[in-house]
Design a protein around this ligand. Structure first.
Ligand code: ADP
Ligand code: MG
Length: 322
């Protein structure tokens, strides 16, 4: 049986501080953010049976638990500096630890974001990561920055992760290949860090967040923080490659209220249309304009001709049975 210290040394300590002054091994890590920058900090916890299925593939889990955290940095326009990992494990299983750390570090290295510390204990499987990033003062992508007349944009595509969940739950029948493709979106989200950084460079940084609980619920946070409303063109919402082959009703339902998308939703000034498209191209991220911010409170849906569409949807809430 591995001791706690052997486990950390063998699977998590790589003796490279990355951007930190001091990494794993002392009582604290030491970070030296670039002078003049503000720090962006966020934590996300993944609990077995709540956020992932018992027995989930450890490599994909390693990817996902860091991806959802990097997605928060992306949604703030911040550049990743490093992260900590607090891990409760029922047992020290070498195969699980090797897979988990491989998935974790593959994504960490892709973003030059090193593991700089953490905590390890025995308990029901629970993974909590805290990420540290930095952003230029005044340039963070805050939820309270939307103004009436802004365009609403979405990165990438929506709904495939929710479609995969519907497949697992047998709410919806998918072919085997379709299910695998959709499930990959659920297990291996892509944090849009490059796009977030490019948007934070605009003279008027957009209001933004990452969509984790479904577009409608999450966009609602921007609307509330900015005291505005919005109109969404439902059929302009970019559906994932699997969802886009399903009937209209499912496409609408899962793009509007999916979950686990980890795409950015942002509201940018109308005069910045060209700059937003350039930010998408520069970061290699597709961006789609899907609606407008209104002065009038509330969220309205229209079809391509501008006619109202009624949608019964709500966001994902861990405490209201969702
Ligand atoms: P302390 O008791 O002082 O909090 P620990 O014995 O918990 O220290 O941890 C020793 C070192 O290993 C610390 O630098 C801590 O940040 C690091 N560490 C512990 N668990 C992890 C982990 N899961 N991933 C990365 N670093 C870890
Ligand atoms: Mg400790």
């Amino acid at each position: 049986m591995l001791s706690e210290f052997d486990l950390i040394k063998h699977y998590f300590r790589r003796n490279r501080p990355g951007k930190a002054v001091l990494g794993i091994g002392d009582d604290c890590a030491l970070l030296a953010p670039t002078p003049g920058m503000q720090m962006a900090i966020s934590s996300d916890m993944l609990v077995e049976g709540r956020h992932f299925f018992p027995g989930a593939d450890p490599r994909m889990l390693g990817h996902k638990c860091l991806a959802v955290n990097l997605s928060d940095l992306a949604a703030m326009g911040a550049r990743p500096l490093g992260f900590t990992l607090a891990l409760a494990l029922p047992e020290a299983n070498p195969d699980w630890l090797a897979g988990f750390s491989a998935g974790l570090f593959a994504l960490a290295d892709a973003h030059d974001c090193e593991l700089i510390g953490g905590d390890t204990t025995r308990g029901p499987l629970n993974i909590c990561i805290t990420v540290f990033g930095e952003v230029e003062p005044g340039q963070a992508l805050r939820r309270d920055a939307a103004r009436a007349g802004d365009d609403i944009w979405i990165s990438g595509t929506l709904g495939d992760a929710r479609l995969a969940l519907a497949g697992y739950w047998k709410e919806y029948a998918l072919g085997e290949d379709e299910h695998l493709l959709a499930a990959a979106r659920m297990h291996m989200p892509t944090p849009r860090v490059g796009l977030g950084r490019a948007l934070a460079a605009l003279a008027q940084p957009p209001a933004a967040l990452d969509i984790s609980d479904g577009l409608v619920g999450d966009l609602g946070h921007i609307l509330a923080a900015s005291s505005v409303g919005a109109t969404l063109e439902v059929d302009a919402l970019p559906a994932g490659p699997v969802l886009s082959r399903q009937p209209l009703e499912w496409r609408r339902r899962f793009t509007v209220a999916g979950g686990d998308d980890y795409e950015l939703c942002f509201a940018a000034r109308r005069e910045d249309r060209e700059a937003v498209i350039a930010a998408g191209v520069a970061s290699g991220t597709p961006v789609t304009r899907v609606g407008t911010i209104d002065a009038e409170a509330g969220l309205r849906f229209v079809d391509g001709s501008g006619a109202p569409v009624s949608m019964q949807v709500s966001g994902w809430d861990h405490f209201s049975g969702g």
